[in-house]
Design a protein around this ligand. Sequence first.
Ligand SMILES: *[C@@H]1O[C@H](CO)[C@@H](O)[C@H](O)[C@H]1NC(C)=O
Ligand SMILES: *[C@@H]1O[C@H](CO)[C@@H](O)[C@H](O)[C@H]1NC(C)=O
Ligand SMILES: *[C@@H]1O[C@H](CO)[C@@H](O)[C@H](O)[C@H]1NC(C)=O
Ligand SMILES: *[C@@H]1O[C@H](CO)[C@@H](O)[C@H](O)[C@H]1NC(C)=O
Length: 376
Amino acid sequence: MDHFIFTVLLLSGVSSCAGLQYHFVNKSMNWTEAQSYCRGNYTDLATVEDTEDMKMMVDITVQQGYKGLVWIGLYYGDTWRWSIQDNMSYSHADTGFRNWSQKPIYYFGIWFIGFFLEGCVMINTGGDWFIGRCWNKYPTVCYQENNAGGIYVINSTRRTWTEAQIYCRQHYTDLAIIRNSEDNQKVTRQLTNNTWIGLHRNWVWSDQSSSTYRNWTAGRPLNNKASCPVAAIGQGGTWMGTDCSARFPFICYQDNLVLVRENKTWKEALLYCRQNHVDLVSVTSEKVQRWVREMAGEASTPYVWMGLRYSYTLNFWLWVSGEFSCYQNWSTGNGTGWYRDEGGRRVWSTGAQQAGGEQKWVSLSEDIELNFICMK
Ligand SMILES: *[C@@H]1O[C@H](CO)[C@@H](O)[C@H](O)[C@H]1NC(C)=O
Ligand SMILES: *[C@@H]1O[C@H](CO)[C@@H](O)[C@H](O)[C@H]1NC(C)=O
Ligand SMILES: *[C@@H]1O[C@H](CO)[C@@H](O)[C@H](O)[C@H]1NC(C)=O
Ligand SMILES: *[C@@H]1O[C@H](CO)[C@@H](O)[C@H](O)[C@H]1NC(C)=O
């Protein structure tokens, strides 16, 4: 078996990193045209998750000899939206019911009755809805779907709206959706404080990424017309809100992971990836792990194969792509390199990602047939 792993490492001459690659496109287009161009030729307009991404984007563009303004994938989503609608199964769940408070609120030094650019919605003990700053911390009301119209569960821990969303998605169906006055009463009865519900209006990424990274030049744009940001490459890539109909070059990204929904043993999966793409995926950082987790969630098997294999002579887990990394994400009791099969024999193992649950890594026998993720 160890012989196999070395052959595997030798065969893998291609060095490729899992994840996304940015591409600078030197064509002057408005934001929507740039979006179709990227979707047609790459994955989508660029999503940025952190300063590392931003730096990568700036470097690639400067290398091409351009230091001006570029479109990225962010735009202003000008409608209120329920968190639960991010899941395609609930995309039409909005009944249009709203219970806005009639009292004005003070925001950025101005009194508003209704609406401003970026906001998340709270409900008070009287059942009225207010717009709050998404980064303030409040208790949360989650929604658990059932056959009887769903139940609402309050959690009194204070969280930002995004933290509340993550919490509810982990433990229940999602942040609360309120579809009618009956729902509103069900929630209000349990309240002792202002509490986040699932309604929000925000900047959104073209690819629906949940990235909360922002890199505004100075403050955040408050003008409704400035609804697509451009990144100023010459100024470290900081963003300015601009009219979406202006024309600029732009940055697309190419996602190089693909989930193969076929059931194969680990070796078959490895061969398939090498014949049709580049290799089985290496998960060498938290960022790659996030993409792999998302993809694994779409699998039809409870685990998906990664390019991870234990070498019993080296006493070491190896990525078949030959990448080295200290990153690991084992589920408790896994990653020891071997486990005992039903007959009590030690079986040397290969690494797989859990599709659901805590979505960590498990060590499995290579003969199990699973979906898998290749690098393109
Ligand atoms: C893809 O790129 C080609 C070459 O630049 C361009 O002609 C074509 O319109 C692009 N596709 C889309 C869907 O924009
Ligand atoms: C971009 O395209 C324009 C017009 O086609 C050209 O003049 C310019 O040199 C190009 N810039 C880069 C950085 O490729
Ligand atoms: C979307 O909702 C369906 C139906 O409740 C559920 O089975 C599925 O797991 C959800 N998907 C995600 C990504 O949350
Ligand atoms: C971009 O241009 C196309 C046609 O050239 C137009 O249909 C579209 O509305 C424009 N988009 C924006 C945001 O102005």
